[in-house]
Unconditional design. Structure first.
Length: 116
């Protein structure tokens, strides 16, 4: 069994993961919201990432049930999964064909002409 200070250090490091991850997601979210386009982002990659994060959450729940001090792992994996789901939501939202802002400029002009 590792020493208590090592466990506390590991828990502290694991607890910092959601905050560091959030810092990594914010630029992607800003770009998606600003450009309202997700055509250059691979949806399949993000779906695989969410699947992986789901498996990590299951593992974290089991570890938390075995070792009650594994709560930082549970928090970090759940937050990673939620951030991934939010990102996929943005990707889908800005890829939807009814969202005129996600269309290339030429198509936007054609759609506007059809509407008038």
């Amino acid at each position: 069994m590792p020493s208590p200070w090592l466990i506390q250090l590991a828990n502290l490091l694991q607890t910092s993961v959601p905050f560091l991850s959030l810092c990594a997601y914010i630029p992607q979210w800003k770009k998606l919201i600003k450009t309202r386009s997700s055509n250059d982002i691979s949806l399949s990659t993000w779906l695989i990432f969410i699947t992986s994060a789901s498996f990590q959450v299951i593992y974290a729940v089991v570890q938390w049930q075995i070792h009650s001090y594994s709560w930082p792992l549970l928090i970090s994996t759940v937050s990673t999964l939620l951030c991934g789901i939010f990102t996929v939501g943005l990707i889908i939202r800005y890829r939807h064909p009814s969202n005129i802002n996600a269309l290339p400029q030429e198509l936007s002009a054609q759609v506007n002409q059809l509407r008038s």
